[in-house]
Design a protein around this ligand. Sequence first.
Ligand code: GLY
Ligand code: MN
Ligand code: MN
Length: 508
Amino acid sequence: MTHSSIIPALPVPGPFSPTQSAGAGLPSHAGSMPVALTPDPRLPRLADSASFVAYMGHGWAVPDRTPPMVDGAEHAAGVHRRKLGAEFEGVALVIAAGRAPVRVNDNNYDFRPDSNFYWLTGCSREGAVLVMAPTAGGHDATVYMPQPAYPGERDFFANAAQGEMWVGAAPGMPEWSSALGVPVRPLAELDTALTKAAGALAAGPLDCETATRHQLGPSTVLLRMLAQLRMVKDNWEIAQLREAVGHTIEGFRSVIREIPDAIDGKGERWLQGTFDRHARTYGNGVGYATIVGSGRHAPTLHWVRCDGAVLPEEVLLLDMGVEMRSYYTADITRTFPASGTFSGVQRQVHDLVEKSHRAALAAAQAGKKFSDFHVASLEVIAQGLHDWGLLKVSVDEALSPEGQQHRRWIVCGVGHHLGLDVHDCAQSSYEAYQGGILAPGMVLAVEPGLYFHANDLMVPPELRGIGVRIEDDILITPAGAEVLSDALPLDASGLERWMRAALHPGSR
Ligand code: GLY
Ligand code: MN
Ligand code: MN
């Protein structure tokens, strides 16, 4: 029962107290009965009744408690733990899965494990904590997790967080242990394990309570190392990313098919919902908030409101990514003409972004600096804008550190690492990331664009309200780079054809 909808947020003594309401002692349940002024004897506290607890302990078959694992995740995690352990010989390492943030009262946002925790365990259990205790030959890994409550325990029906009646079939310690390939112990034992390990402890993102109790702060050293190690993907991770890209491209197709309905009145919301449903069905969900920007919304870099109309004569910018059940995500953008045909000026902008994008792809190669592809694509943008007469300074001046006038129309970066997080490895040092060298196994999103806001008085009216981004996901290989998302065309005419094929499958 939710009390907060009918009582003030201030504590109210007396009969309105949540602990005295009907059914108190049991978790809340949306849409249930109204609050009674005094406890109603017809609705006793079930959890307090020994006979009811005993009655509820019988008559249940054991459900399938197989943990939700992705094939190969536990093997990859073992390799990752060995890599991390080698960097921290003799040091105990602690990384927590975290908990879902509260949305309101006893309702939480969806849980997603901390990416470092998942990378090291393959485990998606909320509240779990990995401890890597140093040994003579490396580290012994143990995962501590909350124990589910099963038939025979009061919490089976009285604990909404851990009771199997509330959360569904709940894998226990033995099931998780065999799935993860490491010992799994109750979370209640974590304190003892941490006390044992204290003195040689580098703390990961521990939950606050544990961190405070053990006087541990987050360790920048550990997080930086994890970010650095995660930069180069292994084959299993690359396979996950390939799948994420494949599903995302199919999601683009689904969205394109809905454009007529979106134009007819359902708007950006419909297209966003279409992609998000696709992502939820074929993966875990979206890897970041979907961006659907029609017309004047297209130049807004993070147009996640997606609450506008879809206008037929305007461009439609779609930035969308499916996050797999392994949490690896794609991050792809294409800009389409909602009508199916770019106008002359829209095409002109698209052509310049395409040229910039191709320059970026050519510069994103093993052995090159991470910054090289940014520079290459921005040089094209600066030159193009100069040719159009938009830059009031020379290209050289614009490209100088004190200039950068062209960046008025692209204030964001041109790309980033991609993996478990859409902006992957963000906790790396500058030297390892922006100052680093591209190496085989790195996966990047490359995304130049041009963004002419509807209220930008420094561009001619016909450019205002046009935003174009082209974003591909690429894998750095020994020979150069592979564009994972190359099933989507880069050029304006190719996109028009691709749209037609999506809208009218079978026709040419
Ligand atoms: N949509 C997030 C990004 O492209 O980086
Ligand atoms: Mn994106
Ligand atoms: Mn991106």
